[in-house]
Design a protein around this ligand. Structure first.
Ligand code: H79
Length: 475
């Protein structure tokens, strides 16, 4: 009797242990599933945290570089209209012929260290380089396809590896521009874009294969082996690519590197060149991408204007239409006052050189930023007024009472600011100049800052803008 009870007891015990073990495995499975984060529904706190460095950075370098630098805008002796990196499409260059440019791409003068040094000097905090533009050519030693700089071109070395290493050395964040559209891949746009054929259902089916077996493995390489900080997509407008694919792509990239930043061209929300998303759906992407334009005013979401210094992204030998340093510096100030970032492009030559006019302008920007950088980096826009009239912009140092009024032209001997109230003991100075300026404030007349004549007379064409530093608040 006793024994029977004991056996029953033991059996019951064993049985419950077994059940509890099973429950634990189930729980474990459950938690494993829960651990798969839905990156499309991030909390605001997580998003702000991830965006923090980029929001402080303000100024980055865009680099468009690839086989298109070889023809440099000229095909069969003729100048081809339009942006240089589109020559394959614009001149309808057959794929095999375009490949001869890749075969001739041998940038012996490329010096990654010098490029990163230039970024640093220019005051740029990050770079975004074309890992692959629409022409499909890869600037790194990819295992996914031989159509890359290390395997296909005489140069034989990995450009992205050199640049990402140099950027690490100089503290520059490294980002990659990656085109979803691909004029070279047979399952992507090789037979539609260059040959002007309509997209059919079979193309759409094939495109899925390209996304899974080609694009995603490429992205995986860029993230795992080059530790890219920004995935900057483009060419998302192609008919084959869908909103659902965009969302899945966003999730895929974030899973590989949770802290990475991804522009809004990962999805289908962009409203043309203005670059911000439509609000008719839940589009993926961390920031808007105005192209060759600056937003008219402020918006509540994050954005970055990408712009060229002349009229092309990829190098064109005949394009001399350079914007002045004044325009470029004023663009930076305007963008920052409106709460955006400036991604300013260079298009290196096939030899591997950043064109001299770009270097000159970046140097002047760096000179200005060396003095005025505190009015640009780690700033917020003012809540009410990002500007006063056309020639004054405002910024505010994050987490402080410091406001900067940046004048784009030489001010009058009395600078009047209508919406700034200084603290009583505020010292007001122009960055880079020692003088404490006299000022007075009243509600009726605003803030009046007196700029002495001897100071005004130092303004010259290389001044570009003055940043008045004030402790106070916006009223
Ligand atoms: O990489 C540089 C250019 O080669 C690329 N973007 C910059 C950063 C660029 N791609 N296209 N364009 C510039 C112009 C093309 C515009 C259009 Fe459209 C594509 C017109 C119609 C489809 C953009 C997307 C505007 C509307 C939808």
């Amino acid at each position: 009797m006793k024994t029977t009870i004991n056996i029953t007891l033991i059996t019951t015990l064993l049985f419950s242990v077994a059940i509890s073990c099973k429950n634990q495995t189930d729980k474990k499975k459950e938690t494993e599933e829960v651990v798969k984060v839905d990156y499309l529904n991030e909390t605001k706190a997580d998003f702000d945290n991830r965006m923090a460095w980029w929001r402080d950075a303000r100024f980055g370098m865009f680099i468009h570089w690839g086989p298109y630098a070889v023809p440099a805008g000229i095909y069969n002796g003729e100048e081809i209209e339009g942006i240089g990196e589109w020559i394959m499409y614009n001149a309808k260059v057959p794929i095999e012929e375009y490949e001869t440019y890749a075969k001739a791409f041998d940038p012996q003068k490329f010096d990654a260290d010098q490029w990163a040094k230039l970024m640093k000097y220019a005051g740029m905090k990050y770079v975004v380089i074309t890992s692959k533009h629409h022409d499909g050519f890869a600037l790194w030693d990819s295992k996914v396809s031989q159509y890359n700089i290390a395997d296909f071109s005489p140069y034989g070395k990995d450009i992205l590896k050199q640049l990402s290493n140099a950027c690490k050395k100089y503290g520059i964040k490294f980002g990659t521009y990656h085109s979803i559209m691909d004029w070279h891949h047979p399952k992507a746009q090789a037979d539609t874009y260059t040959k002007n054929r309509e997209v059919n259902d079979e193309d759409k089916e094939e495109f899925k294969g390209y996304l899974e077996d080609y694009l995603k493995p490429q992205l995986r390489e860029l993230i795992t082996e080059y530790d890219t900080d920004i995935m900057w997509f483009d060419g998302e407008w192609v008919e084959e690519f869908t909103h659902d694919q965009g969302k899945a792509l966003y999730q895929y990239v974030r899973e590989l590197k949770p802290s990475i930043l991804i522009n809004n061209r990962v999805d289908k929300g962009r409203q043309g060149m203005q670059g911000m998303n439509k609000d008719d759906a839940d589009y993926a992407g961390d920031f808007g991408t105005p192209e060759q334009e600056i937003l008219e005013g402020t918006v509540s979401s994050d954005w970055e204007s990408c712009m060229t210094m002349n009229d092309t992204w990829g190098f064109k030998s005949k394009d001399d239409n350079w914007k002045s340093s004044t325009v470029l510096i004023h663009n930076l100030i305007d963008i920052v006052a409106k709460g955006g970032n400036y991604l300013l492009n260079v298009g290196p030559t096939a030899e591997g050189l950043i064109p001299e006019p770009s270097v000159e302008r970046l140097t002047e920007m760096g000179n200005w930023l060396a003095i005025n950088g505190e009015a640009i980096y780690s700033t917020d826009r003012l809540e009410q007024n990002f500007k006063q009239g056309e020639d004054i912009r405002f910024t505010k140092k994050k987490g402080s009472k410091t406001i900067y009024a940046i004048t784009l032209i030489k001010p009058e001997s009395v600078l009047t600011l209508n919406h700034i109230k200084p603290e009583q003991n505020s010292i007001i100075k122009i960055l880079g100049i020692d003088n404490n300026l006299k000022w007075e404030f009243s509600k009726e007349t605003g803030l009046k800052i007196h700029v002495p004549q001897d100071l005004l007379s130092t303004w010259n064409e290389k001044t570009f803008a003055w940043s008045f530093k004030i402790t106070g608040k916006e009223i």
